[in-house]
Design a protein around this ligand. Structure first.
Ligand code: 13P
Length: 342
């Protein structure tokens, strides 16, 4: 089937009461690992590319990799999403390329580092909503800022989302999905000890869901940083410092309160790095990249499959009759931006 919109995936997920993993890609092996995991678990999936990924892979290569994914896995509903768009221009270029969903991250200024004020965020996000919905494309906004810096994105400061502002933000912008800041951060170093509810502010999700029950919520920085992957990397010469990620059980708790999109990048990076380090150590005479990229791809597939089962999206690939971008555009025109369908 053709790429579907993220809005359709999230509406279906809301109906079914599950979450959908949004996995980042930069190259062939990551796309293959995610699609194969989706096939083996029968899952709908969101594949996302940051600006850094678009630069690394080159837009045309990335787009055609995704086109190949829809050809080779025709039974899997997949949305292609721009992760952390820093400006309306970035989002527009993604839409022109064929992305079916974009994130306008107006929580930061265009440099993707300086925290922006609320009015700026509303203005740029609304601009993207107008432009994207006219073409049927989904929009994710962000309110509050995450910690950490990854792919050159992030202020390094955490500003938790305020539930009152979230209501005003959604009403004024018309976003399809809202990324909330609850104390997570991008990358491997999220928490210095197992996170409790003091540092991982799950109550914010509950509060926002109470006030905005039909808004799809997004958890960024949701890698769990599994101990066994960190240990594997370090056993074969890596130097990952002691660290904790977001426990899967907390994500599952969020799913009960309206979290529909869960962003995972770091866990795939860790899985690939561990497998490659082990392959290098086990046979230093090997020099064929397939020798180490094959186990890397398998390791990424393994972690994605586990998350698909845990988030509840497994088994739901067959529920979709894809809605075209044209039909989505008509729905937004007729029902308004918020398009309450759940
Ligand atoms: P992780 O670094 O926790 O995988 O988060 C990825 C992310 O939120 C991408 O936007």
């Amino acid at each position: 089937m053709p790429l579907v919109t993220m809005r359709q995936l999230l509406d279906e997920a809301a109906r079914g009461g599950y979450g959908v993993g949004a996995f980042n890609v930069n190259n062939l092996e990551q796309v293959q690992a995610i699609m194969e995991a989706a096939r083996e678990t029968g899952s709908p999936v969101i594949i996302q590319a940051s600006r850094g990924a678009r630069k690394y892979a080159n837009d045309r290569f990335l787009y055609h990799l995704m086109e190949a994914a829809t050809e080779v896995y025709p039974e899997i509903p997949v949305a292609l999403h721009q992760d952390h768009g820093n400006s309306p221009e970035t989002c527009e270029s993604a839409i022109e390329l064929g992305f079916t969903s974009v994130m306008m991250d107006g929580s930061l200024m265009e440099d993707a580092k300086t925290p922006a004020d609320f009015e700026y965020n509303v203005r740029v996000t609304r601009e993207v909503v107008e432009m994207a919905h006219e073409r049927g494309v989904t929009v994710e906004g962000e309110l509050g800022t995450l910690g950490g810096i990854e792919d050159d994105v992030g202020s390094g400061e955490v500003h938790l989302t305020e539930p009152d502002q979230a209501v005003e933000f959604v009403e004024r912008t018309g976003v399809d999905a809202l990324a909330v800041a609850i104390g997570t951060s991008h990358g491997a170093y999220k928490f210095t000890k197992e996170p409790d509810r003091e540092v991982l502010a799950m109550h914010i999700i509950e509060e926002i869901n109470r006030r905005l029950p039909t808004t799809h919520l997004v958890m960024h920085g949701s890698s769990s940083v599994p101990r066994e992957l960190v240990d594997l990397i370090n056993r074969y010469g890596g130097e990952i410092r002691p660290t904790w990620g977001v426990p899967v059980r907390e994500i599952q708790e969020g799913i009960k309160y309206g979290v529909r999109k869960i962003n995972v990048d770091t866990d795939l990076r860790l899985a690939a790095t561990g497998a490659i380090r082990r392959a290098f150590a086990e046979d230093p005479s090997e020099y064929d990249p397939r020798y180490y990229l094959t186990p890397a791809r398998e390791a990424m597939k393994g972690i994605v499959k586990a998350r698909m089962e845990e988030f509840g999206q497994a088994g739901h690939a067959g529920n979709y009759e894809p809605i075209s971008l044209g039909d989505m555009a008509v729905r937004y025109r007729e029902k308004g931006h918020l398009l309450t369908t759940t």
